[in-house]
Design a protein around this ligand. Sequence first.
Ligand code: GLY
Length: 286
Amino acid sequence: MKGRWVLLVHGGAKEIEPHEEEDNRTGCLEALQAGTELLGRGGSAVDAVEASIRVLERLPVFNAGFGSVLNVRGEVEMCAAMMDGATLDVGAVGALMGVRHPVSAARAMLRKEPVLLAGAGAFAFARDNHVELVAPESMVAAHREDGHDTVGAVALDLNGNIAAGTSTGGLEDAAKGRMGDSPMPGCGFYADNKIGGVALSGHGEGIARLAAAAQIMGAIKQLGPEQAIEKALSQMERVGGDAGGIALDPDGRTGWWHNSPHFAVALASRDAPDGRVWLHKAEEKE
Ligand code: GLY
C-alpha cells in the first residue's frame, strides 16, 4: 500500500442556473461519497470511479444515464468509458440505448479485447454480460436539464492505481449514432499509473479534434495536472465550444479547469475525506 487515495468527480462543463445549484452540489458530493467509501477501505480506483459515476447516472440533474439529453429522434443514446491505469485496459460503449448504467457496461468491457462497442453491438454485449437493462423510453427523465454535459471521475487508490471514467447522453438533438469524445481514449479520458488520469466534459467534437486527453497526459509531468488541463483546453477556441477537465497524478496532485460558465467538481482525499464541492473555478478561491 502506498498510503494515499484521491478522488475527483465532476458533473459536467455547462451553465448551472441558480435553481440547479443545490442539486449539482449534493449530487457531486453523493457521487464522491460512493467512491470514497471504497477508496478509504482499500478499494480499487476502478471500483471507485464506477461507483461514483453510477450515482451521477441516476440523478436527472446530470447529462448521463437517467438525466441524458435526447437525440434528434427524441431518444436517450448514451456513451461511457472506463480506463484502468494499471493495465491500460479500456472499456467503452457508444450510442447505447436500453441500459440503466452505461458506465457499468463500459466496466464489463474493461477486460475484453474490444476497446469500444457501439449501438446494437454494445447493447448485445451489455445483455450478454448481465448489465442491467431497461426499456429505452424509461430513461427519458421528465425533469432533465437541457444543455448539460458529460460527467466523469478520476481516482488514485491506496495501491497507487489510477482509473478514469466518463458517462454522457451526448449533445442535445444530435444525429442518431453520433459519438463525441467521451468513449474515445485520448480524447475524453485517459489513465496511466505512470503519468496520471484525466476525464473531460464539453463539446465532444472539439475535444476529440484536439485529442485533449492525450495532450493533457503528455503535459502532466512537466506542468502538473491543473496547468496541463488549462494548456490543452485553452485551445478550444481553435475548434469552438466549451470544455472542462479533472486530472490527478501518481503523487496525488490534482487539478481542474474549465472555459464553460460552470463546472461542478468535488474532491476528496485521505487527508480530507469529507470532500469539497465547487461549481466554478472562482469559487475555489472564495
Ligand atoms: N462531451 C460529450 C459529447 O460531446 O458527447
